[in-house]
Design a protein around this ligand. Structure first.
Ligand code: GLA
Length: 387
């Protein structure tokens, strides 16, 4: 659905239900060109915000409860901002909003009640960070509405803590950063230790980014994610460094016999992936699309065989990409265990590949894969001009 149609729907719903004119916010999802699982190891990543995300309408209310509505799911939930909040056992969309409110309460903010309605055009569970988009939209909207004076940087930490405490995923800062700070047509080379980034124009010449969604999201994703993070922290501790990205592969080798084989391979993946991210920035700056593409394939190979966060559906799509002359690089993006592959495709050759991949994916997995073209957009912002 087109952006202005979604906005019109939100305004219509808000006016009819609450007899109010809301404030409107857009917060995007993200892709990550390379640098996967490096964020919680104080490494580098290379994300960009996309033009799909969460649209949110919010306004203060005099009522003694807040009403929050997920328009897509046609679900509503009520609570008071003065309650002590706990995550709901159903683990749904409500937890992201309750999590933000709980984090604001912890900061000592005396938050008034509000009405909030949201709708998205970013697929859920696709590895495109719909949850960070929602968290950022909520904290940004409340900050604007109640003039809380919270900086963008503080907001992304609030979003991250909401995810840790109310969604149970010990995520890094990649998604929240990219969604909040994204720049149109630019990728952000992000240093996750200093939380600073350099923006690079996405000038891809004859190539373009295309996402292919597996339409699967395997259940073990959250627990496996937390497990990977724990392994990384354990190895860093064994070396007496703050984070794994303080080590080189050579450093790691010196302790090979004192680590379990599995921990060694996982830690090596992180250090190699961090190195690949630096190489990818260089390749992009030198317009060397071939080198960039090879780094993407190498990243997927490590994610699948060393870090073990891929799945049969993602591997199938990347293997098909490798076999085609239309795609010069492809990898899974995000936490893994489902979601999308990101493909660097030759614009003039992509059509045949895209026509072939759909039936062959269906024949293999008995379900469709979905193709999205990627536009790189702005980070979280107010929508002021929607007429
Ligand atoms: C998820 C997390 C991020 C990051 C990626 C993997 O998207 O939320 O913090 O760790 O996985 O790069």
């Amino acid at each position: 659905m087109k952006a202005n149609k979604i906005v019109a729907q939100l305004i219509g719903y808000f006016k009819t239900t609450f007899q109010q004119n809301p404030q409107l916010i857009f917060s995007p999802g993200r892709i990550n060109l390379i640098g996967e699982h490096t964020d919680y190891n104080d490494g580098f990543a290379f994300p960009a915000a996309i033009d799909k995300g969460i649209y949110l309408a919010v306004e203060a209310t005099e009522d003694d409860t807040s009403t929050i509505v997920a328009l897509d799911a046609e679900e509503e939930y009520r609570f008071s901002t003065h309650d002590t909040l706990q995550p709901l056992a159903k683990r749904g969309w409500e937890n992201y909003i309750l999590g933000i409110v709980a984090e604001l309460q912890k900061k000592g903010v005396d938050l008034p009640n509000f009405n909030l309605v949201f709708k998205g055009d970013v697929p859920i569970g696709a590895g495109l960070s719909s949850s960070a988009a929602l968290e950022n939209a909520v904290v940004f909207g409340l900050n604007h509405l109640f003039q809380l004076g919270i900086s963008r940087k503080e907001m992304i930490f609030i979003s991250q803590r909401a995810e840790h405490h109310f969604a149970g995923v010990k995520c890094g800062i990649l998604d929240q950063y990219a969604s909040m700070f994204g720049q149109k047509n630019r990728g952000l080379h992000l240093d996750c230790r200093t939380l600073t980034s350099t923006a690079y124009p996405m000038d891809l010449g004859d190539y373009e980014w295309v996402l292919i969604h597996t339409n699967v999201h395997h259940n073990l994703a959250d627990s496996a994610y937390n497990h990977r993070r724990a392994v990384c922290e354990k190895v860093a501790q064994q070396f007496g460094v703050a984070a794994l990205c303080d080590l080189s592969v050579k450093d790691l080798k010196t302790m090979e016999t004192r680590l379990s084989a599995d921990d060694y391979v996982k830690a090596a993946f992180i250090i190699e992936e961090n190195e690949r991210t630096l190489q990818a920035v260089k390749a992009l700056m030198e317009n060397d699309m071939g080198a960039l593409g090879s780094l993407l394939f190498a990243s997927h190979d490590g994610l699948s065989n060393k870090y073990e966060v891929s799945c049969a559906e993602l591997d199938f799509l990347v293997d098909a990409a490798k076999a085609s002359d239309a795609v010069i690089g492809a990898r899974m993006i995000g936490g893994g265990f489902g979601g999308c592959t990101l493909n660097l495709m030759h614009t003039d050759k992509k059509q045949r590949f895209l026509e072939d991949i759909q039936p062959s994916y269906k024949a293999e997995f008995h379900q469709e894969c979905t193709i999205y073209s990627v536009n790189i957009g702005e980070g979280t912002h107010l929508i002021t001009n929607y007429e």
